[in-house]
Design a protein around this ligand. Structure first.
Ligand code: C5P
Length: 240
């Protein structure tokens, strides 16, 4: 894989609160990473200005707001996200088939088959255990539920899933090649694990079939973040 292809796979997680910090990160990294991830913390603090700030610096966005609501609300929220020009957005597959189908239909109506935001489904959050599932009345293993929900999302026309590195292979086998897999919880060989438990290196996750990698602290906490990105890019390019 070329360095440029490897670079495009990196999504830098902006786990911050302030617009000024977005300015700094996007001017430093917008030519170095494929996308920036804006989650609930940042979006709740700054609103859509976070998106516009990154776009002003030429960066692309994964809007990670994990919608889960009645079908019409999720469909309209996703269309609103897409109108801002984000590259990726997401929802919870646990919201069900109809919620996902309605969302994709609303996007198709809005973009009339042209280039549009891709929608990812979250299956089971990696913070959930079998005990968590039993507590909400689900008597299946986490792994069974991950595969079941990934297939449900695919059948509803969703573009891909967010998944832990350990799940990538299973999902790739169940859903085929034409399905995006975005993976957090990766750690480059030079970085510490922080609180991530079942980690893989970026190169391993990509060779298992991940399309994009969400990476936060190994870049944000590095003494030279731009250099850390270059090292990750090299790791990925060499493996692929
Ligand atoms: O700093 P780190 O690389 O661990 O950041 C990973 C990012 O991915 C964070 O924004 C975190 O919330 C998110 N994430 C995760 N594990 C999941 C889902 C999302 O680490 N299972």
């Amino acid at each position: 894989m070329t360095l440029e292809e490897a670079r495009k796979k990196i999504i830098f997680a902006l786990d911050i609160n302030e617009l000024a910090e977005i300015e700094q990160w996007s001017s430093l990294l917008s030519t170095k990473v494929g996308m920036f991830k804006i989650g609930k913390q940042l979006f709740t603090s700054t609103g859509p200005e976070a998106v516009r700030t990154i776009q002003r610096h030429g960066g692309e966005i994964f809007l990670d707001l994990k919608y889960h609501d009645i079908p019409n609300t999720v469909a309209q929220a996703t269309v609103a996200a897409a109108r801002m020009g984000v590259k990726l957005s997401n929802l919870h597959a646990l919201g069900g088939y109809e919620m996902m189908v309605k969302t994709m239909e609303a996007l198709d109506r809005e973009f009339k088959g042209g280039e549009r935001t891709k929608v990812l489904a979250v299956t089971i959050l990696t913070s959930s255990t079998e005990e968590t599932l039993r507590g909400i009345g689900i008597d299946h293993s986490v792994q069974e539920m991950v595969v079941r929900l990934a297939k449900l999302a695919k059948s509803a026309g969703i573009d891909g899933v967010v998944a832990s590195p350990q799940e990538v292979k299973l999902i790739r086998e169940a859903c085929g090649d034409d399905f995006l897999i975005v993976t957090p919880g990766v750690r480059p060989t030079f970085a510490s694990a922080d609180d991530q438990k079942r980690i893989m290196t970026p190169a391993e996750a990509v060779s298992q079939g991940a399309d994009y990698l969400v990476i936060g602290r190994p870049i944000a906490a590095a003494t030279d973040p731009a250099k850390a990105v270059d090292m990750i890019v090299e790791e990925i390019a060499m493996a692929g």
